[in-house]
Design a protein around this ligand. Structure first.
Ligand SMILES: CC(C)(COP(=O)(O)OP(=O)(O)OC[C@H]1O[C@@H](n2cnc3c(N)ncnc32)[C@H](O)[C@@H]1OP(=O)(O)O)[C@@H](O)C(=O)NCCC(=O)NCCS
Length: 267
């Protein structure tokens, strides 16, 4: 039987470790990723009172949905939905997680909104998934989510008849170059909604830069511990600065990422 539980202080560790592959549980980079997630999840629990739900079978977490309330937009933003193991697919686990979230919104258990209740669910799905696995985009589309613009992974589900979600324009990141950033690399880390960010994305940045330049000094800036240094540069977690230039290419696009790094280094 599947039991849906809210993530609380009691089971927050289940959430922090949920996305870590079995083979990576002792890997220091993934352990650091879990620490970043723990810091993020603890803060979100304090701020929102709830942040995720886990689906359990025989006391083992087998599915999760994680969300944030964005009060100024009146929405609940779904960070992630995931049922990783094939033996649990197509058993209604993700549907139960989504329905449980909708129930909480209807009962105002997830709240703080001006009008009492959220106007929409919003999500930006990660175009991943294992072979034969339903993608998150396919799942949400099946459940009635609609595209927000041209990006097929950016979706919303109105919770009031006729409501149309128009995202508020976010200020583009504008890196403020600092003299001391010349001749070095800075990677911004910190509390994170996803434990894979550090091992999978940030450490990959380091690796791809080291393939180009083995000697350039490389500094990690933790956004929560060195907030002044991060704020004065106008950057955020996940950003990478090379020789006082913000690298804009996505790290998984290795060719363009390295091209931009080379250009920043004047190579
Ligand atoms: C999408 C996902 C959450 C669905 O989980 P699930 O528990 O299997 O979903 P459900 O059993 O509730 O099924 C929902 C619907 O999708 C269908 N479905 C689920 N998996 C399917 C599959 N592999 N093939 C075809 N249909 C599928 C179900 O039949 C069901 O259809 P219905 O609504 O018409 O009845 C899961 O496949 C997943 O985790 N995908 C990867 C998502 C991802 O990348 N997350 C980010 C990780 S970082």
């Amino acid at each position: 039987m599947t039991i849906i539980k809210d993530v609380t202080k009691e089971n927050i560790e289940d959430l922090c470790w949920f996305c870590v592959p079995e083979t990576k549980r002792n890997d220091p980079e993934w352990i650091k990723g879990v620490e970043d997630k723990r810091r993020w999840a603890g803060a979100m629990l304090k701020k929102q009172g709830s942040l995720a739900k886990l689906a359990y079978q025989d006391n083992c977490a087998v599915g999760m949905i994680q969300y944030q309330t964005i009060l100024e937009e009146g929405i609940v933003y779904i960070d992630c939905i995931w049922v990783p193991w094939e033996r649990y697919w197509q058993k209604g686990i993700a549907t139960k997680l989504l329905l449980s979230l909708l129930d909480d919104i209807k009962n105002s258990a997830i709240g703080g909104f001006n009008d009492g209740q959220a106007l929409a669910l919003v999500t930006k799905t990660f175009p991943g998934g294992a072979p034969n696995q339903l993608t998150a985009r396919q799942f949400f589309t099946k459940k009635g989510f609609q595209p927000i613009g041209k990006d097929p992974d950016y979706l919303y589900y109105p919770l009031r008849p006729g409501f149309v979600y128009r995202p508020k324009k976010k200020k583009a990141v504008k890196y403020q170059p600092q003299k001391e950033d010349k001749g070095k690399v800075l990677i911004i880390s910190g509390p994170n909604a996803c434990p894979a960010t550090y091992p999978y994305f940030l450490k990959r940045m380091e690796k791809y830069i080291r393939e180009i330049d083995t000697k350039i000094p490389l500094q990690w800036l933790d956004a929560s511990q060195e907030s002044f240094a991060v704020k004065k540069r106008g950057v955020k977690i996940g950003d990478c600065i090379v020789n006082a230039k913000l690298i804009k290419s996505f790290v998984l696009d290795k060719e363009n990422f390295q091209k931009e790094v080379n250009k920043a280094l004047g190579k």
